[in-house]
Design a binder for this molecule. Structure first.
Ligand code: HEM
Length: 243
């Protein structure tokens, strides 16, 4: 029996570029982040090597944060598939979700050109975590190794009188006011905790995301994986979100 399929334009090139740059930078950040966490076990003991890892992590972090920032500009002014309304659960969302879940239960999953309702939830959760990681990471970069955008202000705050803040090196003992250093430590500590636990949560959500995407591809046959490369979905059913 012959079956007809239709091709639909789904993710714009801005969404796809963001997605793959994000994947590469997040994998690299997790990799270097785990090296920082397990430095002792890896035999990394010198201060220079520890600082080097933090600097490498922060530099990849800038690529990640700039990519995320550009993505948010597109969420305001970009094509339809990049806009907030393409992924944020909006009015009538609970109804959409219930109807989609019922279709899954019935073994006849609704097909979508964009995100299905569960996908919207996942993308919203992932974006929220990425923003928290970018923000806490930029604060740690400033307070831990005097890196931009906040490093200049932090160095000026902790530098001893007469010391040029720009000449301060990360973890340098001399040239800093010890009281101010103690209050900086108290300030930066919660950001470190938020950064670390968000990173763990992100690792978990990435596993859920990959499992869900592969499941949707296999069970719903909506060419979800290839669409993030080609920008096109090949669907058998009439898409639920077709306008
Ligand atoms: C998906 C994004 C990110 C992930 C998964 C991630 C993950 C991690 C992990 C696992 C650590 C080790 C935590 C520890 O040693 O306690 C870490 C530390 C750090 N991260 Fe990130 N990070 C991300 C984004 C960023 C960004 C955007 C920046 C800034 C540009 C940044 C800057 C730092 C710095 C400076 C540290 C070392 C400071 C410290 O010892 O806590 N990170 N990150």
């Amino acid at each position: 029996m012959s079956q007809s399929y239709n091709r639909y334009n789904t993710w714009s090139s801005s969404v796809r570029w963001f997605h793959w740059i994000n994947v590469l930078s997040v994998i690299s950040l997790i990799f270097v982040g785990l090296m920082m966490l397990y430095k002792k076990e890896l035999g990394i003991t010198s201060l220079d090597a520890k600082i080097g890892l933090k600097e490498l992590h922060a530099i990849i972090g800038y690529i990640f944060a700039i990519n995320l920032f550009i993505r948010f500009i597109f969420a305001f002014i970009g094509p339809v598939s990049a806009r907030f309304r393409a992924f944020l659960p909006g009015k009538g969302f609970m109804q959409e979700l219930n109807s989609y879940r019922a279709s899954l239960k019935a073994g006849k999953p609704q097909q979508f050109i964009g995100h299905n309702p569960l996908g919207k939830l996942a993308v919203t959760a992932l974006f929220s975590l990425l923003i928290i990681l970018a923000f806490s990471g930029l604060i740690r970069a400033g307070t831990d190794i005097y890196y931009p955008p906040f490093g200049g202000v932090v160095a000026s705050y902790v530098a001893e009188e007469g010391k040029d803040p720009a000449s301060l090196l990360p973890y340098q003992k001399g040239g800093v006011n010890s009281e101010k250093m103690a209050s900086l430590k108290a300030f930066k500590s919660p950001f470190g905790k938020v950064h670390l636990y968000s990173a763990y949560l992100l690792m978990f959500l990435i596993l859920v995301h990959i499992t869900a995407v592969v499941r949707a591809e296999v069970k719903e046959g909506d060419s979800l994986v290839s669409s993030m490369f080609s920008g096109k979905k090949v669907l058998k059913e009439k898409p639920y979100d077709e306008v």
